[in-house]
Design a protein around this ligand. Sequence first.
Ligand code: DAH
Length: 363
Amino acid sequence: MSETVEKIQAIEANAASAIGAAETLAELEDARVRYLGRKAELNDILKSIATLPAEEKGPVGKAGNQTRGKLEQLLAARQESLETAELNQLLEQDRLDISLPGSPAIGGGSLHPISRTRREIEDVFIGMGYQVAEGPEVEKVHYNFDALNHSPNHPAREWTDTFYFQDDVLLRTHTSPVQIRVMEQQPPPVFVIVPGKVYRRDSDATHTPMFHQIEGLAVDEGITLTDLRGTLLEFSKAIFGDQREVRLRPHFFPFTEPSVEVDVSCFKCGGKGFLKDGARCNLCKGTGWIEILGAGMVDPNVFSYVRESGYDPETVQGFAFGMGVERIAFLKHGIPDLRLFYENDLRMLGQFESFGISSGGRV
Ligand code: DAH
């Protein structure tokens, strides 16, 4: 037997034992590169066949090719068994014992009472055909005050009451500026409500520097104060109970004329002013009425700012109203201090889990 053929047999024996000894796919790959790779000794031998004496060429070529074929088979077989072993090990590690007891239940979250109240109010107006509109919290003085007919020296313009960024840019102090923005965007008729955050320099048990309002605006031909009253009566019944009545008291707002404050008959004492035991009702302070919002007929001066979008004060009329969401929520739930809404104490917030109508699938 030629020396070269013996060498090939030795290579085969070494390679076979290296393949058999490989414990991982990585080790097996090392063995493959070492014995069958481009730089492997067997490869060199096969390449040098042309230079061998004629009588050796045949036997060396045959032995070399046989060895290569055999090693390829051994590699494939070993690879398959290592892969199976690795998979089995993974399956073993990931095995779940579904009979083990579970970890304690994680309590579900709930909507913040302000969000719930806002949605409840929105749903009442959506049911009457209103659309929901929004506007920016960082607002121009033009929209927040000027176009809403505030006189140049109106006290709400003071920096002591209002957060300013620049002379003409501020954090909106109410949702009313969105009235103007909506009317700029669409001609009458318009029926919208505008929920949103508003900001004022105020902080005590009944005022927080940020709070929520919902604005309403209805503009069409022939809208009257009676429409406003009927709309707010329906709203009050939906939120505070079927037996409610409303009353309108004269007031002043720059952007409405006439302006009113709206009271709802007290839902604690039924409007009587005293409770069953004869004690004075502490919710309405014995008056039988509770103030819930401001409203009025849109001032023609306001329409004149949006005349170009189709609001001719001679042909369209409208009513507007604005309410504080926190105020509605605290009246309804007898919460003594507005700041409780923002302290995020779950013992307080958790009490509202089942309050109100469904979220309608919204989050
Ligand atoms: N913007 C008023 C406020 O913040 C509330 C308000 C009153 C809104 C009367 C209105 C309205 O639309 O007609 O106090």
